[in-house]
Design a binder for this molecule. Structure first.
Ligand SMILES: *[C@@H]1O[C@H](CO)[C@@H](O)[C@H](O)[C@H]1NC(C)=O
Ligand SMILES: *[C@@H]1O[C@H](CO)[C@@H](O)[C@H](O)[C@H]1NC(C)=O
Ligand SMILES: *[C@@H]1O[C@H](CO)[C@@H](O)[C@H](O)[C@H]1NC(C)=O
Ligand SMILES: *[C@@H]1O[C@H](CO)[C@@H](O)[C@H](O)[C@H]1NC(C)=O
Ligand SMILES: *[C@@H]1O[C@H](CO)[C@@H](O)[C@H](O)[C@H]1NC(C)=O
Ligand SMILES: *[C@@H]1O[C@H](CO)[C@@H](O)[C@H](O)[C@H]1NC(C)=O
Ligand SMILES: *[C@@H]1O[C@H](CO)[C@@H](O)[C@H](O)[C@H]1NC(C)=O
Ligand SMILES: *[C@@H]1O[C@H](CO)[C@@H](O)[C@H](O)[C@H]1NC(C)=O
Ligand SMILES: *[C@@H]1O[C@H](CO)[C@@H](O)[C@H](O)[C@H]1NC(C)=O
Ligand SMILES: CC(=O)N[C@H]1CO[C@H](CO)[C@@H](O)[C@@H]1O
Length: 713
């Protein structure tokens, strides 16, 4: 699950004056029977039992798998422990959920604190740099049994998340599916992804953490009743991205057999960056932390200085660095907006209109870096060339998306305007047309009194924000083509009236496709091409479309990013979850049962079907291939229905548009920008487009000047 705090600074400041959270359902159960697992090198680990869905489940929580990454080890790849943990007379106490690696930002915002559906993603254990622990839930205490193993990697945009969250408790899944479930904490944010040089801060520390944990599980899971030749990695969002990196990385490829990706993959635009981008971000952070008084570019010196800074301060500096990115983006957008205002829009209060809240709808401050040890190649290229190079792991793959991936991000990025009225999540009324008189009065009031609010009267302008990658992407040709493809209601396309909900739906589709659905769908396509027709591995795709009826978020948010995980982990059967967060209906519990069976059957056999006793027919879920691109729609079925709906070609047209046609346009615009300075006449360009080109050139010069300035520092 990704959660982001890209909100106006005042909101964050407000969030800093936070209240303490109630500790949530602690796992420590003093009275529960204990059981000690002895590892081959002398470690002894004591867990406890509980009864879950009438089965006994053994839990071993908070097992250390690497040295605490503190002091000189901060920013470095994790290092295995050098002495056994516990011994036969005093086994290691593994009865408590582990501490959480630092989140960014540190604390929830005001609007989150009052909503259990948002608080479920916040840390329920203390944050600490000493956080490299893992958990194991096993439906057996018999080490001879050899059950399939599922290893969970949480999401959180590489800036947060925790395996301790109640929603990720593995006991129900272990009991229901008869599998061993494991999960690990890994470092995120600057602590997990600082990139300075090849030894002190080589980047990807958070991924090395995952790798060490997976290696540990591979080595030791037998003692917990697991079979290490049947390991499936599963993850969501940044966790799915991570799982797909393990398919690409020479480090982890050998330690697992199957992969499950929920809503994300290695080829997502937000999921990785090259060395020089990682380096300049890290330098920017070092500047803010006053770790480069002499403008040094010596990574060792900088890393040593940054090791003296507290984690809290590092997070605050990360926020400041991101604010600068937002400022630049806002400027880009204002320029673009003013220009379009002249071209298409009715005139308005331009001072207010230029002052736009334009935080990224979604981005990640520190990311995995490619061209590095852990990820040698550009992920999309490695995948594309894998048939020739044979360097991507061939595995059985189960992957998919949720219906409304985008709403969560729209909600977070534009929180200020959604909640301006009464603290509730209202769709901004001025996204609809025509405005009636009362609304017009409200509108004027807001323009005068809240200059920070978004006052776009034509939804077309909202779309531009997704494309502020650089000024080529912000060209009107790109934003118009995209708006048209996504049926964004706009005067540009002859519309005179539309509802706020229509605007929201178009934005949702665009955000969903660009950040989550297409990266997932395109990954399946490329992976299928790599496997070819005759391989022994198979691919299974889903679209999850069940909105939980009791979810305490407005109806218009639909089936949000991350909320299928309740069904994967069997939350409807977790008795600690309902009282703390929200409940489920009977048919939702049934769906959760089906989803758990699909997931665990896949982990066991590579095929999600294989039901022994169920109302489902034997082959409910057809395999995905390049001729049919079949996928299953996971949505509560009537108890009498023996199957789920099957669809074909999930978002294919839209994903092809974003993957091929948008880059085609960008290339042509790029060529125009490159040549236009030498040209006398610019064919096919009207006055508006010339202004465009000029704007582009100016922006480009500013960009280059900015980069030069940055590299001088
Ligand atoms: C013993 O095994 C544990 C678990 O694999 C590992 O963390 C630790 O490093 C090992 N210790 C030694 C001395 O091999
Ligand atoms: C077991 O570990 C405890 C705590 O570290 C230690 O005090 C004790 O001496 C150890 N016992 C043996 C037999 O190694
Ligand atoms: C682990 O070792 C302890 C002490 O030797 C022993 O009592 C216990 O039965 C062992 N557990 C297993 C599962 O072998
Ligand atoms: C979550 O982390 C924050 C920041 O470190 C801490 O103040 C808070 O107590 C933690 N929450 C819980 C429930 O432990
Ligand atoms: C803008 O981004 C596109 C796509 O990443 C790239 O092809 C193009 O070169 C970039 N343009 C500039 C001016 O950086
Ligand atoms: C796949 O199998 C079919 C039938 O066995 C065979 O005709 C075809 O040549 C094979 N294709 C590849 C790429 O191996
Ligand atoms: C969920 O159901 C349980 C048991 O009926 C109840 O105690 C709890 O208050 C419910 N939770 C919510 C958020 O309504
Ligand atoms: C199905 O039942 C057979 C025979 O009872 C058993 O061997 C097999 O493990 C079961 N498969 C699953 C997926 O439960
Ligand atoms: C592709 O998948 C469909 C649906 O599962 C199946 O009917 C068809 O035979 C498959 N085609 C190939 C070439 O495997
Ligand atoms: C147009 C309008 O109603 N403006 C209001 C802005 O806020 C000030 C102070 O809160 C009011 O006095 C104005 O009437």
């Amino acid at each position: 699950m990704l959660r982001i705090g890209l909100l106006p600074q005042w909101l964050l400041v407000a969030a800093m004056s936070a209240v303490l959270l109630q500790p949530m359902g602690s796992e420590a159960q003093a009275a529960a029977p204990r059981h000690t697992v002895n590892l081959t090198n002398g470690s002894s680990i004591q867990g406890f039992t509980s009864t879950v869905r009438s089965r006994t489940v053994w839990s071993y929580l908070g097992i250390p798998y690497a040295k605490p990454p503190v002091g000189a080890l901060r920013f470095k790849p994790s290092v295995p422990l050098d002495s056994p943990i516990g011994n036969s007379s005093m086994p290691y106490d593994a009865s408590k959920k582990p501490q959480t690696c630092y989140y960014w930002p540190l604390l929830p915002q005001e609007f989150e604190k009052t909503n259990p559906a948002l608080m479920m993603w916040w840390n329920n254990t203390e944050m600490s740099e000493d956080c490299l622990y893992l958990n194991v839930w096993s439906p057996t205490s018999d080490s001879a049994a050899g059950k399939a193993v599922m290893v969970w990697i949480y999401g959180g945009g590489f800036f947060g998340g925790s395996s301790s969250l109640e929603v990720y408790d593995g006991a129900v899944l272990a009991a229901t599916g008869d599998v061993v479930v494991a999960s690990m904490q890994y470092r995120t944010g600057a602590l997990g992804f600082m990139f300075l040089d090849d030894t002190e801060a080589p980047g990807n520390a958070g991924l090395y953490d995952q790798y060490r944990a997976i290696q540990w599980i591979h080595e030791n899971i037998r003692a917990f009743g697991g079979d290490n030749s049947q390991i499936t990695l599963f993850g969501e969002s940044a966790g799915a991205v991570s799982v797909s990196y393990h398919l690409l990385s020479p480090y982890t490829q050998g330690y697992f057999r199957r992969a499950i990706l929920n809503s994300g993959s290695a080829i997502a635009w937000w999921a990785s960056e090259d060395r020089s981008t990682g380096w300049s971000k890290s330098l920017a952070l070092a500047d803010l932390a006053k770790c480069r008084p002499d403008y040094t570019r010596d990574g060792i010196k900088i890393a040593n200085c940054l090791r003296q800074v507290t984690p809290e301060l590092l997070q605050q500096h990360t926020w400041n660095a991101m604010s600068n990115v937002f400022k630049a983006r806002k400027q880009s957008y204002s320029r673009y907006y003013q220009q379009n205002l002249r071209r298409y829009q009715e005139s308005g209060n331009s001072a207010a209109i230029a002052n736009l809240e334009t935080a990224l709808f979604f981005d990640v401050p520190f990311k995995p870096v490619f061209g590095s040890d852990f990820l040698p190649k550009v992920p999309v290229e490695q995948l594309r060339d894998s048939k020739m190079n044979n360097d991507v792991k061939k595995a059985d793959l189960l992957l998919g998306v949720v219906k409304d991936e985008g709403t969560f991000w729209i909600m977070y990025a534009l929180g200020g305007i959604f909640m301006h009225k009464n603290g509730n999540w209202n769709i901004p009324f001025w996204w609809g047309q025509p405005l009636d008189q009362q609304l017009n009065r409200d509108y004027d009031f807001l323009v005068q009194n809240r200059t920070g609010l978004d006052m776009d009267k034509d939804p077309y302008n909202l779309v531009a924000r997704y494309f502020i990658v650089n000024n080529t992407h912000l060209d009107s040709l790109v934003t118009e083509a995209v708006s048209f493809e996504y049926q964004v209601p706009s005067k540009l396309f002859g519309r005179t009236s539309w509802t706020a909900k229509e605007t929201l739906d178009a934005l949702d589709d665009l955000t969903s496709d660009r950040s989550f659905k297409c990266p997932t769908v395109d990954f399946a396509e490329m992976y299928a091409q790599m496997l070819g027709m005759n391989g022994s591995n198979s691919i299974w795709m889903y679209s999850f479309e069940q909105r939980s009826q009791m979810l305490p978020l407005p109806e218009w948010t639909g089936v949000l990013h991350g909320y299928e995980l309740d069904y994967v982990f069997g939350t409807p059967f977790n008795q600690r979850f309902g009282p703390e967060f929200y409940n489920f209906t009977t048919s939702e519990s049934q769906l959760s049962d089906d989803v758990m069976k699909f997931w665990t059957n896949f982990a066991r056999t590579g095929n999600p079907n294989q039901f022994n006793s169920s109302s489902l027919s034997g082959e409910a879920w057809p395999a995905y291939n390049l001729s049919d691109r079949s996928y299953i729609v996971l949505k509560s079925r009537l108890s009498t229905a023996s199957s789920f709906r099957i669809g074909q070609n999930l978002r294919k047209r839209q994903c092809d548009f974003l993957r091929y046609q948008v880059p085609n346009i960008v290339r042509q615009i790029g060529a125009r920008y490159d040549c236009s300075s030498d040209r006398r006449s610019e064919p096919t360009m009207g006055p508006a487009s010339s202004a465009n080109a000029l704007q582009g050139k100016l922006a480009f010069i500013i960009l280059v000047a900015g980069l030069v300035q940055l590299s001088l520092l």
